[in-house]
Write a protein that binds this ligand. Structure first.
Ligand code: GTP
Ligand code: MG
Length: 316
């Protein structure tokens, strides 16, 4: 794990001054669409991982770094765990379980509305063999009745030993303060891993590609989001304080390229406008964004693309 070991602990301010620092890695795992990325963004207090209403949005482990009281907590947002079909699916699921291996604590996130149906059951089964301390978070409690939550909590605790169960809403923040307090008390004493002002370890070029991919997930439907992949090709800081960014959206077929462009280029224009707007907010500078759509039939079987995404390439 590439952590900064020579980093001097920054002074903890105010009332926490006498407390020793704490730090650790918390892996969020769960079925796809449970709200893992939404929760990481909420706990970090900034967007570090993209979110959409579609399944399989996150493709690789994204780290979000939060400071709460005397602790620095590194959240590892992982791809949702589901029954994989394509090579990319397998790499995503492997990366999620790999994230869990590296963590001090495992946070299983369940969508309370969906309950334990389908993938959640299989994940609970897989968790039995995971040695780390585990906690359960029932998310989206804004959508369900309290008595259903209690039943769900009991059912999930039947076969796996969770240290604690939290009931939260990642979108409205309810229960999140209690969760953070618990994490501070639970993580080991030790120096912080990252500088105090760092919230992500993703290079800006990659975050920018992710932001465009999010807009694409929000705008395009059916198989298209899953058949596409975004890379930042050029990043040019200009004298006038603006930045010129060129990105390529890879799709698998010519017919998909047509849909990605849209009638009169409407789709690509909408994606580009939304992405440029968010990027200029994040970068706090004007952004000139140029998007190109290219057909690359076998990108889903190309080891180089997996490396770019931060995924292991599954052989065979
Ligand atoms: N009502 C409600 N919706 C939520 C809550 N948390 C997340 N969502 C929604 O759930 C959807 C999925 O959220 P994501 O954060 O992308 O879920 P994920 O678990 O990261 O999904 P993958 O990356 O695809 O595995 C989005 O539409 C969120 O707005 C919540 O507490 N309440
Ligand atoms: Mg996600």
């Amino acid at each position: 794990m590439d952590i900064m070991t020579d980093y001097e602990n920054p002074a903890v301010t105010g009332e926490d001054i006498a407390l020793p620092t704490r730090s650790g890695f918390v892996a969020l795992i769960g079925p796809t669409n449970a709200g893992k990325s939404t929760l990481v963004n909420r706990l970090v207090g900034a967007k570090v991982s993209i979110v959409s209403h579609k399944v399989q949005t996150t493709r690789a482990v994204m780290r979000g770094i939060a400071i709460h009281k005397n602790a620095q907590i590194v959240f590892m947002d992982t791809p949702g765990i589901f029954k994989p079909r394509r090579r990319l699916d397998r790499a995503m699921v492997t990366s999620a379980w790999g994230g869990a291996k590296d963590a001090d604590l495992i946070l299983l996130l369940i969508d309370s509305e969906r309950g334990l149906k389908g993938d959640a059951e299989a994940i609970l089964e897989g968790l039995k063999d995971v040695p780390q301390k585990k906690i359960l978070c029932l998310n989206k409690i804004d959508q369900v009745k309290r008595e259903d939550l209690l039943k769900l909590a009991a059912a999930a605790n039947e076969n796996v030993t969770f240290d604690r169960t939290f009931m939260i809403s990642a979108t409205n923040g309810s229960g999140c303060e209690d969760l953070m307090d618990y994490l501070v008390d639970t993580l080991p004493e030790g120096p912080w891993y990252y500088p105090e002002d760092q919230i992500s370890d993703l290079p800006m070029r990659q975050l920018a590609a992710e932001i465009t991919r999010e807009k694409l997930f929000l705008r395009l439907h059916q198989e298209l989001p899953y058949a596409s992949h975004v890379e930042t090709e050029k990043w040019e800081e200009r004298k006038d304080g603006s930045v010129r960014i060129e990105q390529v959206i890879y799709v698998e077929r010519d017919s998909q390229k047509k849909i990605a462009l849209g009638k009169n280029g409407d789709a690509i224009k909408a994606i580009s406008t939304a992405s440029r707007k968010e990027l200029s907010e994040i970068l706090e500078q004007p952004v000139h964004l140029f998007l190109f759509v290219k057909v690359r039939e076998n990108w889903g079987d190309d080891p180089e693309r997996f490396r770019e995404m931060g995924l292991e390439f599954p052989r065979g």
